[in-house]
Design a binder for this molecule. Sequence first.
Ligand code: AMP
Ligand code: MG
Length: 335
Amino acid sequence: MNGPTKPIILGIEGTAWNLSAAIVDTFDVIAEVTSTYVPPTGGIHPREASQHHADHIKSVISAVLANAENNGIAPGDINAIAFSQGPGLGPCLRTAATAARALSLSLDIPLIGVNHCVAHIEVGRWKTPSQDPVVLYVSGANSQVLAYRAGRYRVFGETLDIGIGNALDKFARGAGLQHPGGPKIEELANNASSYVPLPYVVKGMDFSFSGLSTAASAALETSSIEDVCFSFQETAFAMLVEVTERAVAHTGKNEILLAGGVGANMRLREMLEIMCNERGISFYVPERRFMGDNGSMIAYLGLLMFEQQTLLPLDESHVRPNYRPDDVVVTWRGH
Ligand code: AMP
Ligand code: MG
């Protein structure tokens, strides 16, 4: 077996509820260790999540370094430290950034500031045959339709209020389901018997989920939870598929890549697959471990940026809670 190939990058993800560190080379993940903050009740509290990250960062970094060492990689072999600079929850971002700065200084290697959304895209292009996709990125806080054009990932459509995952989680919490609500809603939806009309909100190429979540909560007074879960999914996913399809038609691209934790949903996948089959285009979904937030995607985009020497000086390494994917100048794609 061949050993790991240079460069080797350590990446730290900590935008929200997952604290995750990974070490990668060009070909694969060498080591990854994740610690997930699970709120005792309710949703994610930014300060509590960041306290979780602060409590676990040392053990997560030690464990990922130890795992890498078992695979023949010493700390001295690492070429750079990448971290999620944004978007995300400020207190969580600051904890991960502080660790990244400390590692960069102590190992005397460069720091790389990674945009979390773009990392979701690049890990998908790495771990599927996808090359130039329209991306549907659906997670807790984010919902966007993106595609590459002229040096940037352009946002073709996005949520006007909350992310689809947060909308599902908020509804689920109100219905007495435990966080995260998405998987429970999917399960209940499978036992539905009829569709309850809910607000379908697409404005231009953007969508909105807050009103849908509220209307779904209200519908629980007159309909079964199974029917409401089913109807929520059908309505929200149809909105997402409509905008994604229009982005495909507009750009002329012939691939769709699904990214983000909500991408685990089988009904969403099925609806996208039907649309792709009808249009004769390819549909790509990465392995589950690369869909939700993970350190590997940060390390991998860090690697692409390191190869272009797109480095981050320490005095510019402040976190960027509202960092947009279209703010990033893509230096690593040749066309
Ligand atoms: P992320 O922010 O990418 O880590 O994704 C987390 C979000 O994915 C949470 O809002 C979850 O409720 C949601 N999620 C996870 N699994 C599913 C699923 N099977 N269906 C719908 N949403 C899901
Ligand atoms: Mg994410």
